[in-house]
Ligand binder design. Structure first.
Ligand SMILES: [Fe+2]
Ligand SMILES: [Fe+2]
Length: 169
């Protein structure tokens, strides 16, 4: 008998509770990406000095990637029958990525980016664990996004190493 109701997988009716839990995690991820976009825009414009250029270019690229992540999280929220939240639900958390006192303080920016990426990596690992065996599609999507964040963090760890080697961090 044909029916429109899915009886297997995360979209089935008896998976309501699991969906709600995953949607809540995806909303948090969505806001993390949105805030990262804001922080990376600011930090791709503010820095001054000859050392700033590499950081500026990296963050300009990352803005587009993080925006793409936010769009993926939003799309997945809808696919799970959730609603993408409105801007009034947003609460900022990235205290470590506020503009430094001096715009030549590149180490502040590099450390802030590493902290933001680390937060994303931790949250996305958690989503991958929660969705294991429950929602493979979300899991697959988040694994791909996790790889991007690991790449971002590794790049900025490399920048930090250079500053440390020169006694600047
Ligand atoms: Fe991201
Ligand atoms: Fe990232």
């Amino acid at each position: 008998m044909a029916t429109r109701t899915t009886t297997t997988g995360i979209l089935s009716e008896d998976k309501n509770q699991e969906r709600e839990e995953i949607i809540a995690l995806l909303r948090k991820a969505y806001w993390m990406e949105i805030e990262t976009v804001m922080s990376y825009i600011a930090n791709s414009v503010n820095p001054d000095g000859v050392r700033a250029q590499e950081i500026i270019e990296s963050l300009q690229e990352d803005v587009q990637e993080e925006l793409g992540h936010a769009q993926q999280f939003a799309a997945r929220i809808k696919e799970l029958y959730g609603v993408v939240p409105g801007s009034l639900d947003f609460t900022a958390e990235q205290s470590y990525l506020q503009p430094p006192d001096h715009q030549t303080d590149i180490v502040h920016v590099v450390k802030g980016v590493i902290e933001a990426e680390t937060g994303a990596i931790e949250h996305y690992n958690h989503i991958i664990e929660v969705t294991d065996g429950v929602d493979f599609v979300t899991q697959d999507m988040v694994i791909a996004i996790l790889r991007d964040e690991e790449g971002h963090r590794r790049l900025f760890e490399g920048y930090l190493r250079e500053y440390e080697a020169e006694g600047l961090a």
